[in-house]
Design a binder for this molecule. Structure first.
Ligand code: UD1
Ligand code: MG
Length: 506
């Protein structure tokens, strides 16, 4: 169940980097965007292909595709290879319209782009944007600026670069000392010490002229330390052939971070999370402790929502106006309506109605719907349960497969016994009911409006409206049992003292 979205929601869309003045933004749809996602990502040391690792609610490649879609390309091709069934299956779920090109052996990024062009019929007219599937922080705006610069300058190729504090592992941008023009890219593994000192790196994102790209790729060789066809060699090839080679420097170097290992994955998660929280705070959300608050890209807020420390908001979670969530809560696909309060709670697929109160230590499972001003208290678990306006389930209970009306109170330590070992059954409790503590409602069963049930009852039969149901054994007191069966014990002595005091009337 996904929460209903209402108008007036502040979307935590990622705030973009400040727009540099005078840089054209492409108005033309590129002929194609090619996303490289065939590599294994050995440095991740994982059974999961690198591009399927998760970050703020999306796979790495999912983030890249979302940015690519902002260009509205005529073709979107993802190059798959390693674990391609898994990757292709995932692409089918998140973006069924993408085309895939298979790169059976990972012979390098240049070879991968060649496979993509083959999928597109050999070459394409117009701009081809190439992006790596492992740069999830890249924004659509940056891609648009790259394509804009590329087209405005009439380049054969434009590479997105950035100055980074630590360039280890990246391809370095080599520029002509006199003119400053880009002459080529040299991979870290192939670079000299002097080249390794360069801090301007290749982001792995390029805009190419489609025809020139196809021609140049045929000339790429494999005489490098990795014996691969490097896409990066295309720059030098085009330049030597007399074509215009340009560079667009990214405004924020963190945007182009490539993920190659799990340290970088966690750094990227931190960066993206900060970006999302900054957007939310600037839009009127109080985030008490951004360091311990984690959100997915799909989470939305309304103004004056408050998030307390130690809180994870996942999937389609929405926090309404003035609602407070946390501390220490994990909400997935959960709608928290205006003014509600959710403390120390785990929730999945739940709707928390306006001004409702949940927790501390509650577990709301899928299909939970809490009405206006209702209350789910401490150590209460709910599943597939509709709880009416003003109804309270304050302590130590399990409510599964149930409908409860308005302004009823469910006594402490109650269990809605929904499972007979084979099938689940439903319990209905009416409005204005008062059920006793330690009740078992053995479903299917109905408690009518205004009914009461006695503490300790096992309710197996329907309770008519307005009745009191008592369903428990009679109490029997066996007098003198302790003195006879436990003579000399502390209990026996206490009982003796009590009966003497009673006799003497003290
Ligand atoms: C690459 C660039 C480097 C750049 C860096 C940016 C090359 C030769 N190097 O290095 O200049 O600074 O990205 O992050 O282009 N892939 C394939 N097929 C292959 C090889 C790779 O599809 O045969 C894909 C991978 O899945 C990945 C992307 O291409 O998504 C980049 O590959 P990766 O191995 O991460 O290259 P880097 O060493 O990071
Ligand atoms: Mg990489």
């Amino acid at each position: 169940m996904s929460p209903t979205k209402r108008p007036g929601i502040l979307r935590m869309s990622t705030p973009t980097s400040p727009q540099p003045k005078g840089i054209p933004v492409s108005a033309i749809r590129p002929a194609a965007v090619v996303v490289l996602a065939a590599g294994e990502g050995t440095r991740m040391k994982s059974a999961t292909p690198k591009v399927l690792h998760e970050l703020c609610g999306r796979s790495l490649v999912g983030h890249v595709l979302a940015a690519a879609r902002e260009l509205d390309p005529q073709n979107l091709v993802v190059v798959v290879g390693h674990a391609r069934e898994k990757v292709t299956g995932h692409l089918g779920e998140i973006d069924p319209d993408v085309r895939t090109a298979v790169q059976a052996e990972q012979n390098g990024t240049g070879h991968a782009v060649r496979m993509a062009l083959e999928e597109l019929g050999g070459s394409v007219d117009g701009t081809v944007v190439v992006v790596c599937g492992d740069t999830p922080l890249l924004t659509g705006d940056t891609l648009k600026r790259l394509a804009g610069t590329h087209e405005a300058d009439g380049n054969a190729v434009t590479v997105l670069t950035a100055e980074v504090p630590d360039a280890t592992g990246y391809g370095r941008i080599v520029r002509d000392e006199a003119s400053g023009a880009v002459t080529g890219i040299v991979e870290h593994k192939d670079a000299t010490d002097a080249q390794r000192a360069i801090r301007e790196i290749n982001s792995g994102v390029f805009a190419f002229d489609g025809q020139l790209l196809a021609d140049a790729l045929k000339k790429v060789r494999t005489d490098n330390s990795q014996s691969e066809e490097y896409l990066t060699d295309v720059l030098g090839i085009l330049r030597e052939a007399g074509h215009r080679v340009g560079a667009s420097v990214a405004v924020d170097h963190r945007e182009i971070a490539g993920i190659n290992n799990r340290v970088q994955l966690s750094e990227a998660r931190r960066t993206l999370n900060d970006r999302l929280l900054t957007g939310a705070m600037l839009a009127g959300v109080t985030v008490v402790d951004p360091a311990t608050t984690w959100v997915d890209v799909t989470v939305t807020f309304e103004q004056d929502a408050v998030v307390h420390p130690g809180t994870q908001l996942l999937g389609a979670t929405h926090v309404g106006e003035g609602a407070e969530v946390g501390p220490n809560s994990r909400l997935k696909d959960t709608q928290v309506d205006a003014g509600a309060r959710v403390i120390n709670t785990v929730a999945d697929g739940a709707v928390v109605g306006p001004q409702a109160s949940v927790g501390p230590y509650a577990y709301l499972r899928p299909g939970t719907r809490l009405g206006l001003k209702s209350k789910i208290g401490t150590y209460v678990e709910t599943k597939n349960a509709s709880i009416g306006e003003g109804t309270k389930i304050p302590h130590l209970s399990y409510v599964g497969d149930a409908t409860i009306g308005e302004y009823s109170n469910i006594g402490a330590a109650s269990v809605f016994v929904n499972y007979d070992g084979e099938a689940k059954h439903h319990t209905t409790v009416g409005s204005h009911c008062r059920t006793g503590s330690d009740n078992m409602f053995v479903a299917p069963v109905t408690v009518g409006d205004g009914a009461y049930t006695a503490a300790g009852s096992v309710i197996t039969k329907d309770v008519p409206p307005g009745s009191l149901a008592v369903a428990r054994g009679q109490q029997r007191n066996i007098e003198g049992w302790v003195a006879r069966k436990r003579p000399g014990s502390a209990a026996a002595k206490a009982a003796e003292t009590a009966s003497r005091q009673e006799e003497s009337g003290s």
